[in-house]
Design a protein around this ligand. Structure first.
Ligand code: NDP
Length: 501
């Protein structure tokens, strides 16, 4: 069994009506609004304008105008940093409002979202610090007649497209760095979770971001997002979402050779050796699998266990799974909230059914939960999973843990690397050589050693293989939003081509 926390009716919640931000003006839009039904409570909680292609085009032209003629790219880095720092303070001041919206639109536990907002504030401050450290290079080593200077210039207009699973945190991994570089932007949040991004727009206007520098167009991917990835006036696309739409984004952007940064899916393994601190690992297994209801690119959705400890580990992970509190995301004790949409819940339970048909066993959970309202899935452990099963290879994006086993270190590495993804991985062992060998040979952008899903603004994040392209966060994050330009300067008399013959 799992501990269930039934949601209570949202009787005093007023439906929030949001607008779009284009060229510094708030607009209600002309098309029918998009309504959001809370996945946890099944009631209408917010409406955003259904942005159109024409809205996206106007936003792109506003960003272009702000980049070509406005003050933002021309300010000193110190001035831009001051605006970013003020934005961080304003986010902190409105943290509860933002946390409530993300919890109710995405179905995420409120206590978890509070942590995400605090993390976002830290990222905005970190980006402000990087703004003032952005610099190029000079070469005074090219002989008496030459001085080389390599400038870093803001790349221009950036389209930022984000998913529903971490609505406020993911935009924080992109937007402050683009702004720090001096870029102007068009942002499209997921149609399911737009509220907190619109509030961010209010905050940025209040912080002093000039008009046209940040435009927020709500709406669907095929309508708004498609324009943002194809329009010739866009210089770069920064996308987080599914691998399928990531590929489409890259193909669209290729038509005008835009720079593309992609943060996509994952099928992340935790590789466990018998000499590890099992107590610590059991906790990390449950956390890795069920955090954000498994709707997490970094989810530790594959346990690759040494065969000698597999039975004991599965038993202990199942024991701890029984204590996980599932239900009302507004209850601060809840650890696993609702599933984003009924369709997505069907997809998750379809994966569980498919794995059972192929011979996997359900060691815990496996069922859809009825909590009287909304849609919920039980934390689920599937044992006896084989590396070729869909549940071991594809992103389930739900609270479903697949357990596989290995005999040798090489076999563990081979299973870990056998999928198309390469976002992150964990290794659990007290042996230094084991951890470092896994760290070097597993093809993933982040390797956690004796921990899982830790992070910091200073540490780059991104994927190998079909988990993405480029890295976010870390000290190079602002450089990603720049172009380099070489100034090759001649000093003194130049020996001409004709004269030198
Ligand atoms: P999607 O790829 O469906 O959507 C992501 C964004 O792209 C949304 O804003 C969506 O709009 C938009 N979009 C959809 N179609 C198009 C299009 N044709 N052109 C341009 N934009 C489009 O992903 P989800 O929202 O379902 O998010 C889940 C996925 O995100 C998972 O696969 C997960 O692994 C990945 N992810 C990766 C992370 C990472 O950093 N590696 C972090 C978090 C999530 P709309 O939905 O509003 O129509």
């Amino acid at each position: 069994m799992t501990v269930l926390v039934n949601p209570t009716a949202l009787s005093d919640h007023k439906v929030r009506d949001f607008q779009m931000l284009i060229g510094g003006k708030w607009e209600a839009g002309t098309a029918a609004p998009i309504e959001r039904i809370a996945p946890s409570h099944g009631v209408l909680v917010s409406r955003v304008p259904g942005g159109t292609k024409a809205d996206a085009e106007r936003a792109i032209l506003a960003a272009r105008n702000a980049f070509d003629h406005g003050p933002w790219p021309r300010m000193t880095a110190s001035e831009r940093a001051a605006v970013l720092l003020k934005a961080a303070d304003l986010i902190a001041a409105r943290a509860e409002e933002i946390a409530f919206l993300d919890a109710i639109e995405a179905g995420k536990p409120i206590s978890q979202v509070r942590g995400e907002i605090a993390g976002s504030v830290d990222i905005w401050r970190y980006a402000a610090s990087l703004a003032r450290n952005l610099h190029g290079e000079s070469y005074n080593t090219l002989g008496d007649g030459t001085l080389g200077v390599v400038l870093r210039e803001a790349i221009g207009v950036v389209s930022i497209i984000t998913p529903w699973n971490f609505p406020f945190l993911i935009v924080a991994q992109k937007l402050p760095f683009a702004l720090a570089a001096g870029c102007t932007t068009v942002v499209k949040p997921s149609e399911l979770t737009s509220g907190s991004t619109v509030i961010l727009g209010e905050i940025l206007m209040e912080a002093g971001v000039p008009e046209g520098v940040v435009n927020i167009v709500t709406g669907t991917g095929p309508e708004v997002g498609a324009v943002m990835t194809t329009h010739p006036e866009v210089d770069m696309v920064s996308f987080t979402g599914s691998t399928g739409v990531g590929k489409l984004t890259m193909a669209n952007a290729a038509q005008t050779l835009k720079k593309v940064s992609l943060e996509l899916g994952g099928k992340n393994p935790q590789i466990v050796f018998p000499d590890c601190d099992l107590e610590a690992f059991i906790d990390a297994a449950v956390f890795g699998a069920y955090f954000n209801a498994g709707e997490c690119c970094n989810a530790g959705s594959r346990l690759i266990l040494h065969a000698s400890i597999a039975d004991e580990v599965v038993k202990r992970v199942a024991e701890l799974s029984k204590k996980v509190r599932v239900g009302d995301p507004l209850d601060p004790t809840v650890q696993v909230g609702a599933i984003i949409t009924p369709q997505h819940l069907d997809k998750i339970s379809g994966y569980v059914a498919g794995a059972r048909e192929k011979g996997a066993d359900v060691a815990h959970g496996g069922e859809v939960l009825d909590l009287g309202m909304g849609q919920y899935m039980a934390p689920t452990i599937l044992s006896g999973v084989k590396p070729d099963m869909a549940v071991a290879r594809e992103e389930v994006f739900g609270p479903v843990l697949s357990v596989l086993t290995f005999e040798t270190l090489d076999e563990a590495i081979s299973i870990a690397n056998s999928v198309d993804y390469g976002l992150s991985a964990g290794v659990w062992s007290r042996d230094f050589d084991t951890c470092l060998t896994i760290g070097r040979k597993v093809r993933a952008g982040t390797i956690w050693m004796n921990t899982f899903m830790d992070g910091a603004s200073e540490l780059p994040f991104g994927g190998f293989k079909q988990s993405g392209l480029g890295r976010e966060l870390g000290r190079h994050a602002v450089e990603d939003y720049t172009e380099t330009k070489t100034l090759n300067m001649h000093i003194g008399a130049r020996t001409g081509w004709w004269a030198a013959r």
